[in-house]
Design a protein around this ligand. Structure first.
Ligand SMILES: Nc1ncnc2c1ncn2[C@@H]1O[C@H](COP(=O)(O)OP(=O)(O)OP(=O)(O)O)[C@@H](O)[C@H]1O
Ligand SMILES: O=C(O)[C@H](O)[C@@H](O)[C@H](O)[C@H](O)CO
Length: 191
């Protein structure tokens, strides 16, 4: 990972920024983990991921920025990505996760178990926050969003491909019906 401009955004690294909120006074600060905010298109990965990173004081990576141009063009043309399209992209995201010396938040669809396995190569302790919600709500939000390469016609394939988190995967689902600040409050409580 040398020639690519860094898509890592957010404030400077602050490894101790996330402190135990309910711990006793003087409790040791907890180190913020590497977190992947995952889910189908329109579930709010970019919105929630960015806000979570801001509130935790850690860098944010939007994995959409790492898609090869060919992937973006394929989606824009109404064709869903397949495993082969996603493989090099997931490897790149895993590299960013591996190379970060501090906790961070990445927004990445990570729809299948095998994709999450590929990301865990970057950090075996990754925590996945799966954004969930009623399909109509997510589809509506995705539809209402402007200026994005992902066409609403691909929503069906996103839900078809999604394999929800299994019990043996570190992480938890979070409902996205509420406003973004409330969703992030819940994530911070549960991390
Ligand atoms: N909790 C929320 N409440 C209201 N609107 C939301 C919420 N979360 C996201 N949105 C809106 O829904 C739309 C989709 O959100 P966003 O772009 O963050 O999703 P995404 O999962 O990153 O999508 P994609 O993977 O296609 O980039 C945006 O217009 C965003 O402002
Ligand atoms: O795995 C995938 O199919 C892709 O990552 C998509 O989820 C898009 O990147 C995203 O939704 C578009 O914004």
């Amino acid at each position: 990972m040398t020639s690519q401009p860094s898509p890592l955004g957010g404030p400077p690294p602050a490894p101790d920024a996330h402190r135990a909120e309910s711990g006793e006074a003087g409790a040791a600060p907890t180190k913020f983990p590497k977190v992947v905010v995952m889910g189908v298109s329109g579930s709010g990965k970019s919105t929630i991921g960015q806000l979570l990173a801001e509130r935790a004081g850690v860098p944010f990576l939007d994995s959409d920025d790492l898609h090869p141009q060919a992937n973006k063009e394929k989606m824009a043309a109404g064709e869903p990505l397949d495993d082969l399209d996603r493989k090099p992209w997931l490897e790149l995201v895993a590299e960013f996760l591996r190379d970060s010396e501090v906790g961070m938040v990445a927004a990445c669809s990570a729809l299948k178990h095998s994709y999450r396995d590929a990301l865990r190569i970057g950090d075996p302790d990754l925590v996945f926050v799966q954004l969930t919600g009623v399909r109509e709500l997510i589809t509506q939000r995705q539809h209402d969003r402007k200026n994005h390469f992902m066409p609403p016609a691909l929503m069906q394939s996103q839900f078809d491909v999604l394999e929800p988190l299994r019990d043996d995967e570190r992480g938890f689902p979070v409902d996205v019906a509420g406003d973004p600040d409330d969703v992030v409050d819940e994530i911070l409580r549960r991390l």
